[in-house]
Design a protein around this ligand. Structure first.
Ligand code: GTR
Length: 336
């Protein structure tokens, strides 16, 4: 399935990116296992100090170091290249070389990535990572190749929780009448509807103003995104229902990847895999910091009986069982 076209307002960015893209710079003067030199951009939605951005930067620095500067990656953080869906399309076309995105928008091009959006499909972080490190999920990193990408690594993104502006969500019943922004992907809308609310998909960058104007009454995300985006300024009730664990993924354009020497391909994969440990460590610290900031800001954190939320969506896994048969088997096998 093709991604939606970039909106006109962002076209200049796309053109600029194409113009910049001169991926292959020099030949014959390289080092570190390959001959050619490269300048790439990596699109990232989060600000510079966010754990995924810091992991992107670590990846870029390591790669540059280990190739004596032959592979140079500029991390374009804070959505400088556009919103995730737009950047995904730019990477697909080769206008931008790399991106770090949530796996949820990837489900718009490779259906099985939708499995991550099924509520409560993972018991906890350990279950998720047993699955991500297993053969099936590692194979999914190559399944995106038909859509023009190669997946290099998964990153941690914690659990997603609801947050609202007008009243706290203490049980699924409280979602009635709420317009909740969710990530792109039909499963996300279905989830909020199963709980009694209504799900609205929109770009991450639009959530802040939509909360302010009341176009939406709430959204949902992990603690670091809730705080770093400033959404907590308007939506001051944060309900720890942990409805989803949707990991992040680091992607590179497939044609570019295939054009690299075997040594460079191996190195890119290796450094990306090594960056996972960096990201996960930074993640844990950032969750702690975000919780502290929420306390300071006087956010009302609501601890709920997650079973009630899980019960409201229990049919979803079964109703998607045929659609996600193989991947759900692998998810079940990763359960202890
Ligand atoms: C965050 C994720 C971002 C983006 C955002 C969203 O947790 O790290 O990549 O997908 O959620 O809700 O749009």
């Amino acid at each position: 399935m093709a991604l939606k076209n970039p909106r006109p307002a962002r076209r200049w960015k796309l053109i600029a990116a194409v113009g910049m893209s001169g991926t292959l710079l020099l030949t014959g003067c390289g080092s570190g296992g390959g001959e050619d030199s490269y300048e790439w951009s990596l699109g990232e939605t989060h600000p510079e100090d966010y754990p995924t951005t810091q992991a992107d930067i670590w990846f870029a620095e390591q790669l540059s170091e280990r190739t004596n500067g032959r592979i140079n990656i500029e991390v374009m953080h804070s959505a400088q290249l556009g919103e995730e869906a737009d950047v995904l399309e730019q990477v697909q076309m080769g206008a931008v070389e790399m991106t770090r995105v949530s796996t949820s928008p990837v489900s718009e091009v490779v259906e099985e990535f939708g499995v991550f959006a099924l509520p409560y499909v993972f018991d906890d972080e350990d279950h998720l990572w047993r699955f991500l490190e297993g053969d099936y999920a590692q194979g999914m990193l190559d399944d995106v190749r038909d859509s023009g990408y190669v997946g290099l690594a998964y990153y941690e993104a914690g659990a997603r929780n609801f947050y609202t502006a007008d009243k706290p969500i203490e049980s699924p019943d409280d979602l009635k009448g709420q317009d909740i922004r969710v990530l792109p992907g039909s499963v996300n809308v279905e989830m909020v509807e199963a709980m009694g609310g209504s799900g609205v998909t929109m770009d991450y960058g639009e959530v802040y103003s939509s909360l302010e104007t009341g176009a939406i009454t709430g959204a949902e995300n992990n603690e670091p995104s809730y705080v770093s985006s400033g959404h907590y300024e308007t939506a001051t009730y944060y309900t720890r229902d942990a409805h989803q664990r949707i990991p992040e993924v680091l992607l590179i354009n497939a044609n570019l990847f295939d054009s690299l020497s075997e040594e460079d391909q191996e190195l890119v994969r290796e450094v990306a895999q090594e960056s996972i440990a960096e990201q996960r460590e930074l993640w844990d610290a950032e969750v702690e910091d975000s919780i502290a900031e929420m306390e300071e800001a006087g956010i009302e954190v609501i601890d709920v009986d997650t079973n009630e939320f899980q019960d409201a969506t229990a049919d979803m896994v079964e109703s998607h069982r045929d659609q996600y048969a193989d991947v759900l088997d692998a998810v079940d096998e990763a359960r202890e």
